[in-house]
Design a binder for this molecule. Structure first.
Ligand code: Z57
Length: 759
């Protein structure tokens, strides 16, 4: 009997051909879980613990099959029985454990850590409703719970339980594991997610994401990033963060003890990476456990923790740099508050600069500052970002601790974002280059084919095929069709003013006017957006509203619709990205320079053969370095200019708004045409915000953006030159493999030993 039919017989007593797709999903889930259980976990002495509030892992079935080396065998068996993997995968729910780049990075890292044979687990929380599910109603975003946990999830409940003590009560935790399989490795790691059994999904008010924020025993692990715009929400976040790190720290100590540590040597057994500041409370918690539970002197506990904890900064946006009121910590975890006061006082013996204070004069605890003083490494996530940290945002820290600062430019896993998402391109690369690239991720050999007409034509045909798959996906998800022969132009990422979706919306208005005036594009253009706005972020929700109104206006206009289509993909997630990215011709990376720490979508588009329209921000700068001026479309003010404008408070939106080329575009937001489709309050608010504030300077680059976009669409019409650029981009993308990033982390920060016996 074949592999799959053995499982279909065992589970359903019938052959593959007689099972429906959801039964086959169960069959494959059981098969993969069994195969994974057969693999030993990595067990080298020193282990990495990657703490993160988010792990945006996406669907796992095909990725796990791929990493187990079973993908081809299984798809052939299914095909022979008249079934196909794509349909079966539809039955899998995507876990909703992340929001954006930070969480997807954590997932790529886990894949690379396992694939390189390193011993490292992810530690986080098991949010029952994840971030939220986005639905559109009346051209607005509505948020509803995303119920991703079903009987057929990848979670496996373990026997581990810990007690987490708050001032007023204790909580007992449960631990769920998801296996993390490396690519063609015979060992595995784990993603370990803490939870409580008393969590109660029924406390949600009907069809919304509202609930009693004070009911910690029932709400603790319902949502990622519960709304913290009020005090109860802020407290809930602290409850969550402490729960994550207290469980994690107890687990780390248990695992080290089991391997023979005497805790004085804990740093030989464990290294902690703090992903942004959400897990920063692990520092005082680990000190507490070593000192108050295990009896080490407090000085020694501090030194141990300092020697085993490293912090990654992912943003310079003030709103995302967490500062908790000391009073909150005193109310929730008084012992931790005491340790933080002690750490603050200790640090103040050496430094009088108030910019370095952990506890500032408003009695707020700066989590990033805590992490830098009491860790041994701080890294940024792209060269430019790390430079900005050193030279402006964290200048005083860089002066105090130059040796702690280092850069680790982000990466993406080619297993998911090339092999899994774009199997036709992957197979063609095998044909051209041989299949070594599947391990090395070195695609540079492709550059030799830049001018080869056959290669250009084949890559073009693969893109057309991917557009058809995207079309099919969109029909299923939201009942819209796109034109397979159109230019596919994509901006997918969290909705945020600094990412400037509003600037692309203003371009769309320009293009709408232009087409109305009789200037028809050479071929149809499809502009796709995807992304969620935080529920409490009003302007971001207004931007979604504008995009949805424009989409409707254009679709209903027979003069424009044949040439221009705007689609905002509902509930953008990893699954949607699998379809959008391989189909894209144009990658929109248009953040206000200095504000996007790195970006990782930019890298996914590059390796899938889209050309990038970009500001010189984040990792766009490194893409530009790799491909050169001729193979990327750069526009806009550079980061130094922007940093100076902020420093001098010198940007005035009105100076730009008054321009003849800009005013009509902005004013169209409140035109009768759009007001007829939209909500007056939202459109007015956005209009006023852009005119009077425009904090992230959408208008400063708008004229240059419009010129650049026109250039890009023209360039597309020279098919051979365009395809040569595409080839150059794919050939240079190897640098952005997260395997490279993880090797860098390991060499400079973690110092883990590779499991050589296991590949
Ligand atoms: C998040 O997705 C990122 C940073 C944050 O501080 C938070 Br909270 C969430 C993103 C950055 O915005 C991206 O530029 C970066 O590529 C990504 O983290 C991974 O480093």
């Amino acid at each position: 009997m074949t592999l799959v039919s053995k499982y279909s017989q065992a589970l359903y007593q019938k052959p593959i051909a007689d099972c429906n797709d959801s039964e086959l999903y169960q069959v494959l889930l059981a098969l993969v879980k069994d195969k994974a259980q057969d693999l030993p976990t990595n067990n080298q002495k020193k282990k990495l613990y990657y703490f993160s509030a988010e792990f945006l892992i996406g669907k796992l079935l095909s990725n796990n099959l791929l990493n187990l080396g079973l993908y081809d065998q299984v798809s052939q068996e299914l095909q022979a029985a008249g079934k196909n993997m794509m349909d079966i995968e539809d039955a899998e729910q995507e876990p909703s454990l992340g929001n954006g780049g930070l969480g997807r990075l954590a997932a790529c890292f886990l894949d690379s850590i396992a694939s390189l044979g390193l011993n490292g687990d992810g530690l986080g929380l098991n949010y029952h409703f994840g971030l939220f599910k986005q639905v559109f109603e009346a051209n607005e975003q509505k948020s509803i719970p995303d119920e991703w946990i079903t009987d057929s999830s990848w979670l496996v409940k373990s026997h581990h339980h810990y007690t987490v003590s708050y001032r007023d009560f204790d909580l007992e935790s449960s631990l769920y594991d998801i296996d993390v399989l490396g690519y063609e490795r015979n060992t595995r790691n784990r993603l370990r997610l803490f939870d409580i059994d008393s969590v109660n999904p029924k406390i949600i008010h009907d069809d919304s994401i509202d609930f009693d924020k004070t009911n910690i025993k029932e709400n603790l692990t319902l949502f990622l990033y519960p709304d913290d715009s009020d005090h109860a929400g802020e407290l809930l976040r602290v409850y969550q963060q402490y729960f994550m790190v207290s469980n994690g720290a107890q687990l780390i100590i248990d695992e080290a003890l089991a391997k023979g540590s005497n805790l004085h040597d804990l740093a030989d057994y464990a290294v902690i990476q703090i992903n942004d500041t959400h897990p920063a409370l692990v520092i005082p918690e680990m000190i507490r456990l070593l000192n108050q539970v295990h009896g080490l002197p407090v000085e020694e506990a501090v030194d141990i923790v300092k020697s085993m904890t490293a912090y990654t900064n992912h943003t310079i946006l003030a709103e995302a740099l967490e500062k908790w009121p000391l009073a909150d910590l005193e109310a929730i975890v008084p012992e931790i508050a005491d340790i933080i006061k002690y750490l603050d006082a200790r640090m103040k013996e050496n430094f009088i600069n108030p910019e370095l204070a952990i506890i500032d004069d408003l009695n707020r605890v700066h989590m990033a500052r805590l992490s830098i003083h009491y860790g041994y490494s701080i890294n940024g996530v792209a060269a430019l970002h790390t430079d900005i940290l050193k030279e402006s945002e964290l200048k005083d820290f860089y002066q105090a601790y130059p040796e702690k600062f280092n850069n680790k430019t982000n990466g993406i896993t080619f297993r998911r974002w090339l092999m899994d998402a774009n199997p036709d391109l992957a197979a063609y690369l095998d044909q051209l280059l041989g299949d070594q690239w599947r391990h090395s991720h070195d695609l540079s050999g492709l550059a030799a084919y830049q001018a080869d007409a056959d290669v250009q034509a084949k890559l073009d045909a693969i893109k057309v095929g991917n557009k058809a798959k995207l079309n099919h996906f969109l029909q299923g998800r939201m009942d819209v069709s796109i034109k397979d022969d159109s230019i596919i132009d994509v901006q997918i990422k969290r909705i945020h003013e600094y990412k400037r979706q509003q600037m692309l919306a203003l371009y769309i208005i320009h293009k709408y006017f232009d087409i109305k005036a009789g200037n028809k594009p050479a071929r149809p253009i499809t502009i796709l957006f995807g992304g969620k706005a935080a529920n409490a972020y009003t302007i971001a929700r207004d931007i979604i509203h504008l995009i949805l109104c424009l989409s409707e206006l254009i679709a209903k206009d027979p003069e424009v619709a044949p040439y221009l289509q705007v689609v905002m993909v509902e509930n953008y997630n990893v699954t949607a990205a699998h379809y959008l990215i391989p189909a894209a011709d144009i990658s929109e990376q248009i953040s206000l320079a200095s504000k996007e720490a790195s970006g990782t979508g930019n890298m996914k588009f590059m390796v899938n053969g889209a050309l990038t329209v970009a500001t010189m921000d984040g990792a766009n700068v490194e893409i530009h370095d790799l491909v050169g001026d001729d193979n990327i479309f750069i526009f806009g003010k550079d980061s130094q200019t922007i940093v100076d404008l902020y420093a001098n408070n010198a940007y005035r939106a009105s100076d730009y708004y008054e321009k003849e080329s800009i005013k009509p575009l902005v004013d169209f937001i409140v035109s009768p045409d759009l007001l007829a489709l939209g909500n007056e309050e939202r459109l007015n608010r956005l209009h006023q915000d852009i005119i009077n504030k425009d904090y992230f300077m959408a208008l400063i680059d708008l004229e240059e953006f419009i010129e650049t976009k026109e250039k890009v669409y023209q360039a597309y019409e020279d098919r051979s030159t365009w395809m040569a650029k595409v080839i150059k981009n794919i050939a240079q993308a190897g640098y952005f493999s997260s395997d490279r990033t993880i090797r860098d982390y390991n060499q400079d920060i973690w110092h883990l030993e590779e499991n050589k016996s296991a590949n």
